[in-house]
Design a protein around this ligand. Structure first.
Ligand code: SF4
Ligand code: SF4
Length: 318
């Protein structure tokens, strides 16, 4: 049974990659990755986060465990990876560990990106036991002062202390997973702390990744590797461009709305609803095909403009 399921997933994965290489607008394969929003809410207010702005126009509900299970069951033969985060803080959904456990039982890889503020000791134990594949903690700074300039309402001590607890629990349980990563967005106000962060990471025994953000004005780093100069080249180096999400990784909101990609934060770009329609109808509807055509450079219609103008879109490699 398990072998058969894996075989189907592998065949689907291969099919998706073939279609991607040809940029076909009709996607015969099913997605092999899902981005599922546990709940678009957060107690922090990072300046560039759409979820923290009044213009955010998607559902603020928490995803229900039963709905998550139905989604996993529906995609059982095609999906091998689920990203359990999108716009909000995933740990706020009380059912998150059970969701991860359910996906793990079906041999689906799961990834969580979190601010780690709500990662209590009890939750850390549940997360480690759930079989999560990867936990990425977003902590941009190595002191309270620099951290709070971007992660507003957060606390460096709190986030970093929780990350250390997660590492300790993982070691105590002797579990191979999850892979734990400290992600550090480099801005002007924290660029002097890279060495200190490296040291803290080494002492804690966690991998650290420094990432560049296309940050405007006062936030832009002065370091060559992390500033906005030649950002297209940096994007090309850091990402697989142009964007491939339309062929392999739709976003599913807690109310069932399907978004074509993780850049969308407005209901007007919803392409369908999984709780009211068959996914296969949505996957190749006119809107989806038009967006794929836009990425392939075929047409420029108003509804596809956001792909043409996106920094991950076709213009990113010109
Ligand atoms: S921690 Fe994440 S979800 Fe929360 S406001 Fe910041 S970027 Fe948004
Ligand atoms: S090009 Fe941008 S807007 Fe279009 S699907 Fe990709 S990430 Fe989304």
């Amino acid at each position: 049974m398990e072998f058969q399921r894996q075989l189907k997933r592998d065949r689907n994965h291969q099919r998706v990659e073939e279609q991607l290489s040809k940029r076909l607008t009709f996607a015969a394969g099913m997605p092999h990755t899902l981005i599922i929003e546990p709940g678009a809410r957060c107690s922090l207010a990072c300046p560039f986060c759409p979820q923290a702005s009044d213009n955010f126009l998607l559902s603020r509900d928490f995803l229900k465990l039963d709905d998550f299970k139905k989604i996993v069951d529906y995609f059982e033969d095609s999906v091998d990876t689920i990203l359990l985060f999108n716009w909000g803080e995933p740990l706020l959904n009380q059912s998150l560990p059970e969701m991860i456990s359910y996906a793990s039982e079906k041999k689906v890889h799961t990834l969580v990106h979190s601010n780690a503020i709500h990662l209590t000791e009890d939750l850390a134990k549940k997360i480690v036991k759930s079989g999560l594949s990867e936990f990425v903690a977003s902590i941009d700074g190595a002191s309270e002062e620099s951290y709070q300039k971007y992660r507003k309402n957060g606390s460096f001590q709190h986030a970093f202390g929780n990350l250390q607890s997660l590492l300790r629990v993982k070691n105590e349980f002797g579990c191979p997973g999850p892979r734990i990563v400290w992600k550090f967005l480099v801005f002007k106000h924290n660029e002097h702390e890279l060495e200190r962060a490296r040291l803290l990471a080494r002492e804690a025994g966690v991998s650290i990744e420094f990432k560049f953000a296309v940050a405007p004005g006062e936030y832009e780093s002065s370091l060559e590797e992390f500033n906005n100069k030649n950002f297209r080249d940096k994007f090309i180096k850091n990402y697989d461009l142009p964007c491939k999400q339309l062929w392999k990784a739709p976003v599913i909101c807690p109310d069932g709305d399907v978004l074509p990609c993780c850049m969308v934060s407005n209901k007007k770009y919803v392409v369908g609803n999984l709780f009211r329609q068959e996914f296969r109808e949505i996957w190749n509807n006119a809107q989806y095909q038009m967006l794929r055509a836009a990425i392939a450079g075929e047409i420029v219609e108003e509804g596809a403009l956001y792909c043409r103008e996106c920094m991950f879109g076709p213009n990113s490699v010109k």
